[in-house]
Design a protein around this ligand. Sequence first.
Ligand code: OGA
Ligand code: MN
Length: 303
Amino acid sequence: MVEVIPSGEVLGARVIGLDLSQPLSDRALGIVLRALADHAVLCFPGQRLDAGAQVAFSRRFGELEVHVSGAFQDPAHPEVMTLSNITENGRPIGLADAGQDWHTDMSFSRMIAFVNVLYALKVPRRDGKALGNTEFASMTAAYEALPPELKTRLAGLTATHDFEKFWEMMRRRKGAATPRAPLTEEQRRKKPPVSHPMVMKHPISGRRILYANPGYTMRVDGLPQDESDALLEYLFDHQVRPEFIYAHRWTEGDVLVWDNLQTLHNAVDDYGPDEPRLIKRCQAMANLVFEPGFARLAGGAAG
Ligand code: OGA
Ligand code: MN
């Protein structure tokens, strides 16, 4: 039997009773999708996955993206990427500083992301306390809390998202664990800025979501620069108010699946090079979730 246990906080639930190394039935996928729509961040504790099983599970949510960096990929399954601060023979085995500021994965892409699937093998600890939490902010709650006149104003607006924004921010960061060169013309051509509506309707829950994030959102389309700057500054502040935030504290064996449509996330950088962290990651895109038949697996699209 599958059990969904809500965290009782703004986001988050634990899902018990599924062995993710085994094929997932449509019925089980439906339960997971419903729980994702309702809680956005799902932890499946006590899992054991090899790369093939992680790919098979992640694929149920959408087409898998192979990470742009082209580095730290599983040789047999390039869709699986390693996030880690561990070095072997002086070489890093993974991307050491992924996601260390508020962002939404793939918002810079024409096809945006649905879920991430992260599987924890090593969690850094100090005095028995887990470090390297992943924090999430609810964009459903953030939208709902906006002043009514701002909701109306945002309804017709789109914003431009650019991969280079986060890249440049990380490049300028002092003591970055992973050195980054400026993007080449070629890389920029591959990742042109894209526009997305600032308010979306969640394809499963039907609830409205504020879709913008400090990591990649550059400007509000069609507004004078100063108005765009002021609006984004207001929203970036609003989005990470404490009441919208939930922190996942990792345990080895956790599989964490989160809904990028309705959250921002931030990898907390509070551990050192001698406190090893090792996570395997897959990224599933939103190509399936906007198909009506897919939302029906979760008990019907909400209009
Ligand atoms: C990511 C990411 C957060 C973390 O994988 O997209 O932002 O805590 N990771 O590792
Ligand atoms: Mn991320």
